[in-house]
Write a protein that binds this ligand. Structure first.
Ligand code: NAD
Length: 484
């Protein structure tokens, strides 16, 4: 039996205090080995001038306890407020977002009564890093950064989670057919891990995200654990929650190496706040995931079974109340009482959850550094001469050749336009000009690239950024242009 753990609790805004009170009462009645330390987050903190919705002193509690059970908060309208969730996720390194989506037929309507999937979403990288730049009048850029350690952490979490929780299959979703380097890295890490003998009992598969998302929507009962990148995970977890019909009942976990945060998927529902009609199940399910994380799987099972039995017995809060299926419409407090009264009972129709203890560790490998060779440079230009004729730009840029670098081609939005471009290709004011090393060993230096940029500038051209073209251990680390 695990020891007592002190966790940080935030009651949040709107219905937050009511559903938190209900959840804590159930946790205590079930004998959860927990002690609580409360912090205030959300609207009051935002309005007091803390732009992230949390007071600086509350971080002490978070950093000490490293486990947060969080009720939803209200983000005040108007600009200047930062997302508290994103701040906590990034500050505590919560790399995994875990969201179970299971059917609860007939108590919650869904077309897929056998659906029972868990989506494990990467939580820190991808387009969510928010690195954006306007580069020309017409073109903006959002950088998609995918790292090997980030991909390893989330894939390892998914594999270990699957083993620990008796899951049978992991499906990896990426767009590696198009983003061969970024999504390709994520897929490769997944495929490498799938070969490890300790995961031999798990079935593994990879699907391209477009068909994968369609699968989540139309064949969800064929999916078990799904692991994917941040943006795709954001989208497919909402599809899955909707298909399961239980957005209002779902909990979610944000897990890092040393810290974790557990919450309901829904928001603070100000429209029904203070009326004792909110359904506390979402936060309760978040708390159940927290117990499993804290190696209190025994208590998690006790509460989960009592909750399923309460649903079966027809004691339903207003949001899931349906005449004919429900027996009694109950308030937040009464629902918690009904769960507490059923602690120790098991559901008769709904399959009980199987909980183990999630005592697995996510460890990263430290591969030897690769041999990096600089082979050339992509120089990006903002060029907007009348007609935007690539041959004119090409002729100008050929004048910058020399000192070990030579113009190979120019592309516009990834399509080759020089030399031998097609007149039909649309041309924006944003040009990628690829210079390759023109030396005996095929390599170039930083100094040669700096000299090239000086020559490009001397030609009156507006360079806006560069990307180095490197091989890593002899493998090309950049894509060829369409038409190259
Ligand atoms: P919401 O999820 O709060 O409410 C959507 C609808 O679902 C409302 O009709 C609400 O009454 C109902 N609902 C939600 N939870 C319920 C529950 N437990 N029981 C019964 N009915 C429930 O979404 P919203 O209205 O778009 O957002 C309200 C506020 O919540 C906003 O300020 C938003 O920023 C915030 N929010 C916070 C979080 C979070 O803290 N994690 C997440 C989402 C939204």
């Amino acid at each position: 039996m695990s020891e007592r753990t002190t966790i940080t609790v935030a009651r949040g805004d709107g219905i937050g205090p009511e559903i938190m009170e209900a959840t804590l009462r159930i946790l205590n009645a079930a004998g959860a080995r927990l002690d609580y330390e409360e912090i205030e987050i959300g609207e009051k903190q935002y309005l007091a001038g803390n732009t992230s919705g949390i007071a600086p002193e509350s971080w002490k509690s978070l950093l000490k306890n490293r486990i947060l059970l969080k009720a939803p908060i209200t983000t005040p309208l108007g600009g200047g407020y930062k997302s508290l969730n994103v701040t906590i996720r990034k500050s505590l390194g919560l790399f995994a977002n875990v969201r179970p989506c299971r059917a609860l037929t007939p108590y919650v309507q869904t077309h897929y009564p056998n659906m029972n999937m868990v989506i494990v979403r990467e939580n820190e990288e991808d387009l969510y890093a928010g690195i954006e730049h306007q580069q020309t009048d017409e073109v903006v850029q959002c950088l998609k950064l995918i790292s090997r350690p980030g991909s390893e952490a989330i894939c390892r979490y998914a594999f270990e989670y699957a083993l620990a929780n008796g899951r049978k299959k992991i499906t990896c979703l990426t767009k590696s057919n198009i983003m061969k380097h970024a999504d390709g890295l994520f897929q490769n890490v997944f495929l490498e891990m799938a070969k490890e003998p300790k995961y031999a009992s798990l079935k593994t598969e990879h699907k391209i995200i477009d068909i994968g998302a369609a699968w989540v929507a139309a064949r969800p009962d064929d999916l078990d654990v799904v692991v994917t990148l941040n943006l795709y995970g954001d989208i497919v977890s909402d599809i899955a929650a909707l298909v399961a019909g239980s957005v209002g009942l779902a909990g979610s976990a944000n897990v890092g190496f040393d810290s974790a945060m557990f919450e309901a998927v829904h928001g603070s529902a100000p429209d029904i706040a203070g009326q004792n009609i909110a359904n506390p199940s979402g936060l309760l399910n978040g708390a159940i995931m927290m117990l499993v994380h804290l190696n209190q799987g025994d208590i998690a099972e006790l509460i989960s079974n009592a909750w399923l039995k309460t649903l079966e017995d027809g004691f339903h809060p207003a949001d899931i109340y349906r005449p004919g299926i429900s027996k009694e419409k109950v308030g937040t407090k009464e629902f918690a009482d009904a769960v507490i009264a059923r602690l120790g009972q098991k559901p008769a129709q709904l399959a009980p959850e199987v909980f183990s203890n999630n005592s697995f560790k996510v460890e990263l490998t430290s591969p030897a550094p690769k041999k990096k060779e600089l082979k050339g440079v992509d120089v990006f230009l903002n060029w907007n001469q009348p007609g935007r004729n690539p041959d004119q730009l090409g002729a100008l840029l050929e004048k910058a050749n020399g000192d070990g670098l030579k113009l190979l081609l120019i592309t516009n939005r990834g399509v080759k336009v020089y030399p031998d471009g097609l007149p039909d290709t649309f041309r924006s004011d944003h040009w990628r000009c690829r210079f390759m090393a023109d030396t005996a060993d095929g390599l170039c230096s930083h100094q040669q690239i700096i000299s090239l940029l000086q020559r490009v500038s001397n030609l009156g051209l507006d360079f806006i950024k560069t990307e180095h073209l490197c091989d890593f251990d002899g493998v090309r680390g950049y894509t060829l242009a369409q038409g190259e």
